[in-house]
Design a protein around this ligand. Structure first.
Ligand SMILES: Nc1nc2c(ncn2[C@@H]2O[C@H](COP(=O)(O)OP(=O)(O)OP(=O)(O)O)[C@@H](O)[C@H]2O)c(=O)[nH]1
Length: 299
């Protein structure tokens, strides 16, 4: 395991292990209790599944309404988590490295005895949690574009495959928007690669804030982006695409460098393969470029 990865999954500015309180009232849970949670945690490297297992074990100590795991690579809530009157926060430290913060919510008070028991349970989780964090980080790296943090081409291909399967099963639809920046090359040529990178990051942010949280946004590399729309948004695909084009043309850095965007849209047709759908969107994008750029075309 590389040191680089370990530092990426650590939370910064955590106090030393000594600062995590222990309680004199605490009595160790039986060996049986420990073994069962530990054994269960070791069966999965999925962070959410581990959180769920831990949440159930913690619920045996004190009934919880919510449990949130805050890590350097994302925040995860146990299923059905809700806030409550009593709250308790805890740091999960492993060898002076802060792996995560836990935020418990309950209708019942967190007495010193309860906190001690929870802390003992947390200790049981540390190594499995560390492993799950590393695996999750590797998965994120494999599926994310490092420059913008958006999903990469591989993630897009997987997501499109799933979207088509769902559309086939539920006799619904999905749509692909392929976006390519206009006149981007000149930014690199005139102002350097770093200025080009800044534009790409700014475009990703502008697109992100224009779309709904549920829309999937990807960057393929270069100045090519894609949006995957689910059935409920297919009817508005043209409107969404126009909004994206407008948002990019109004973005400060893009305006300064005369960078705009062209978009090709394709709606999935029953019987169409993933490659055919993608090719249809690509052709529509070509038409948008041919028609003068800074515009939208449908397949
Ligand atoms: N800064 C930066 N540039 C990149 C990156 N990846 C690819 N590029 C550059 O992006 C440019 C994309 O080229 P084009 O799409 O042909 O350029 P364009 O000026 O937008 O052309 P039109 O689409 O016809 O308007 C090339 O100059 C690539 O070298 C990157 O990660 N960062």
């Amino acid at each position: 395991m590389s040191l680089c990865l370990l530092s990426e999954i650590s939370l910064p500015d955590a106090p030393s292990y000594a600062a995590v309180a222990t309680d004199e009232y605490w009595r160790a849970p039986t060996v049986q209790q420990h073994q069962s949670l530990l054994a269960q945690l070791q069966t999965t490297l999925d962070l959410r599944e581990q959180l769920q297992l831990f949440s159930m074990a913690a619920g045996n100590i004190l009934p919880l309404t919510g449990l949130e795991l805050q890590t350097a690579i994302g925040h995860y809530g146990a299923a059905g988590s809700a806030s409550a009157e009593f709250q308790h926060r805890s740091l999960l430290m492993l060898k002076e490295q802060c792996l995560a913060k836990l935020h418990y919510c309950s209708e019942h008070p967190f007495t010193p005895l309860v906190c001690s028991k929870l802390q003992a349970l947390e200790v049981e989780w540390l190594y499995s949690l560390r492993n799950a964090l590393v695996v999750t980080r590797l998965q994120q790296m494999a599926l994310k574009d490092t420059l913008t943090g958006l999903g990469n081409r591989r993630f897009f291909d997987d997501s499109l495959d799933k979207a088509i399967q769902l559309a086939m099963r539920s006799q619904s639809c999905c749509a692909v928007l392929l976006l390519d920046l206009d006149n981007f090359k000149q930014v690199n040529d005139l102002y350097g690669h770093t200025a080009g990178d800044d534009i790409l990051i700014a475009v990703a942010k502008a697109m992100h804030s224009t779309l709904r949280a549920t829309d999937s946004l990807f960057r393929f590399g270069g100045d090519e982006f894609a949006v995957l729309l689910s059935d409920e948004d297919v009817a508005s695909s043209e409107l969404i695409a126009r909004r994206l084009v407008k948002a990019i043309s109004r973005q400060h850095d893009c305006q300064q460098h005369h960078v705009t965007a062209s978009i090709g849209i394709a709606h999935w047709q029953p019987g169409q393969t993933q490659a055919e759908l993608f090719s249809a969107a690509d052709k529509a994008l070509y038409l948008a470029k041919e028609a003068g750029k800074n515009r939208v075309r449908q397949a």
